[in-house]
Design a protein. Structure first.
Length: 397
């Protein structure tokens, strides 16, 4: 039996805030600040460079990777951590292209997060060998898979709408034509049950500051299927992915297994905070989390739709096709979101008109959802969003 949800007592939730943005930056788990202080004062402060050994800093990327692997149905040793998700996308894609040297097409979709597409285009331009990036609409992507594809690279849960791809079915299709499959799990890890072993994709990547609550700038992760990793040629061949970093050899020899997907010095402070943050998952069954997530999001859709006919559901109505977020389209969405935030209901906005709300059952309950719907109703019905205070855009939306 898993623990019961939510586990609000494990998080620092500011007074008066209903946080529906854990899909963008998760709430701070209670142990995070104390852990950061320990690392700074006792490890860095007292142990200095000795801490790489004495405080286990060198092993931290792997230890944290193993904890994330367990949440994703992946074996220990198959997940490396570090860098940012954009860099991990580049790493996975570069390695995948090397595995299919005679093919020139990368297939993604036009719902993918722009950074994934930018990284692909940047890599294509750097290699300069006539590679092509194709981006059909998400609903057409499965049919667009042909034997021209070197790689199919998709994000499982759409950052705007929450629409979910069928990982297993698409991976099977990609493999049937001989393509390598890469999944971006940015909005999946800690949000929906994922079984990387059953899915059988070669690579998966994701970040840890969204549903995994690792904090701003927390390290990304990359998974490589254990049976292929020893043939993976790292494009970002940094010294900490070398078989013997401290031998200081002039030539690069990749480390064993997933260690070769490390690049440079790991972000110890962030990794330590992430390790602490991952403790909130102890005892949580992903099936229970999914059930709670769907109960919250279904209730939210029902309440908001009934109270605010001005808003149009921009997520799949079928819960089975949705991740752990709900989006509504509204022409004045940016200003309406600012008005909501001013009233303690924190979601976010994605251009052109999407109001986005994330559901994180570890620290949200039904009362939060109903209260949020009431506040949304006030903002929309009373046209609070028309106030000039809410019309100016900040850099981060
Ligand atoms: C959040 C997100 C990113 C962000 O990448 P960073 O390098 O961590 O800034 C990239 N891709 C997807 C699909 C995302 O959801």
């Amino acid at each position: 039996m898993g623990v019961s949800l939510p586990r609000k007592e494990m998080f620092e939730i500011p007074e008066g805030v209903i946080y529906l943005d854990g899909n963008s930056l998760g709430v701070m788990p209670k142990g995070a600040a104390a852990r950061a202080t320990t690392v700074i004062e006792q490890e860095w402060g007292d142990q200095l460079i000795r801490a790489w050994n004495s405080a286990g800093w060198m092993d931290l990327p792997r230890v944290v990777g193993d904890r994330i692997a367990a949440l994703l149905g992946a074996p220990a040793g198959s997940v490396a951590t570090g860098d940012t998700l954009s860099i991990k996308v580049y790493q996975a894609l570069a390695a995948a292209l090397k595995m299919r040297p005679n093919r020139r097409v990368i297939l993604s979709d036009n719902g993918n997060f722009p950074s994934d597409l930018y990284m692909a285009q940047g890599l294509i331009d750097t290699i300069d060998k006539g590679y092509e990036l194709r981006t059909p609409a998400p609903e057409d992507v499965a049919d667009a898979i042909t034997d021209e594809m070197a790689v199919v690279m998709l994000t499982q849960v759409d950052y705007r709408s929450g629409r979910m791809h069928d990982m297993k079915a698409i991976t099977e299709k990609a493999h049937a034509v001989g393509a390598v499959m890469i999944w971006d799990l940015a909005h999946s890890a800690g949000a929906v049950p994922v079984d990387l072993t059953a899915c059988n994709a070669e690579f998966a990547v994701g970040c840890s500051y969204k549903y995994l609550n690792g904090g701003p700038g927390a390290p990304a992760f990359i998974y490589a299927r254990p049976d292929i990793i020893d043939d993976v040629q790292p494009a970002l061949s940094g010294w900490l992915g070398h078989d013997a970093p401290f031998a200081m050899e002039l030539g690069y020899r990749p480390a064993m297994a997933t260690e070769r997907l490390r690049v440079g010095t790991p972000p110890i402070l962030q990794l330590a905070v992430l390790q602490e943050a991952l403790k909130v998952w102890d005892g949580v069954e992903m099936a229970d989390l999914r059930a709670a997530s769907l109960a919250l999001s279904e209730r939210f859709i029902k309440e908001v739709s009934a109270r605010c006919p001005e808003l149009t559901l921009a997520s799949p109505a079928d819960p089975a096709l949705r991740g752990s977020q709900v989006s509504f389209a509204f022409e004045q969405g940016y200003a309406a979101m600012q008005a909501l935030i001013a009233r303690g209901v924190i979601g976010d906005f994605r251009a052109p008109d999407i109001m986005r709300f994330g559901f994180t059952p570890l620290y949200l309950d039904e009362a939060d959802v109903i209260r949020a719907a009431e506040i949304i109703e006030t903002v929309i019905k009373d046209r609070v969003y028309e106030h000039p205070d809410y019309q100016t855009r900040s850099r981060v939306t």
